[in-house]
Design a protein around this ligand. Structure first.
Ligand code: ZN
Length: 150
């Protein structure tokens, strides 16, 4: 790993080859359920700019709120390597304008950190390659009219 990459990693995280896809983000230490793993850092861009960047082959963009997104490929701290899984161990939450990666359950050192992208900028057709036994087959959750509103 390049020294510059290492320096920018959030504490407790490490980047390594993932069984899911390419390089993934792994826990180097134990994280307790509901605890913060790291802030999802990067360049703060408008959602319109995020749409313009959506055609890139490798997407590192995560929505922050109704107006802004974070592009982790610019100034990311390793959290931008977090892969999608249909059975994730983390979730994202916007707290006071910051996007945080939080543990959904206790995570052991050495486990890969995963998120359910739910509604990413990937195509709805993009196949999921996670290893969950109940993998839904696509990275985005397909929206059905029946569940759109209550
Ligand atoms: Zn899956």
């Amino acid at each position: 790993m390049a020294a510059s990459t290492k320096r920018n990693l959030a504490p407790g995280l490490t980047i390594a080859q993932s069984p899911i896809h390419g390089n993934g983000c792994f826990a180097a230490v134990r994280f307790a359920r509901r605890k913060k793993i790291a802030e999802y850092t990067g360049e703060k861009i408008t959602n319109a700019e995020a749409q313009r960047r959506a055609h890139r082959r490798v997407l590192r963009i995560s929505g922050l709120d109704g107006r802004y997104s974070i592009d982790g490929s610019v100034g990311g701290n390793g959290t931008h390597y977090i892969n999608h899984s249909c059975r994730p161990n983390c979730f994202l939450q916007t707290v006071h304008g910051r996007l945080l990666v939080l543990a959904l359950r206790d995570i052991r050192a050495g486990e890969e950190i995963t998120l359910d992208y739910v509604d990413s900028m990937h195509s709805d057709q993009k196949r999921c390659t996670c290893v969950a036994s109940d993998c839904r087959g696509t990275i985005n959750k397909r929206r059905t009219r029946a569940t759109s509103r209550r």
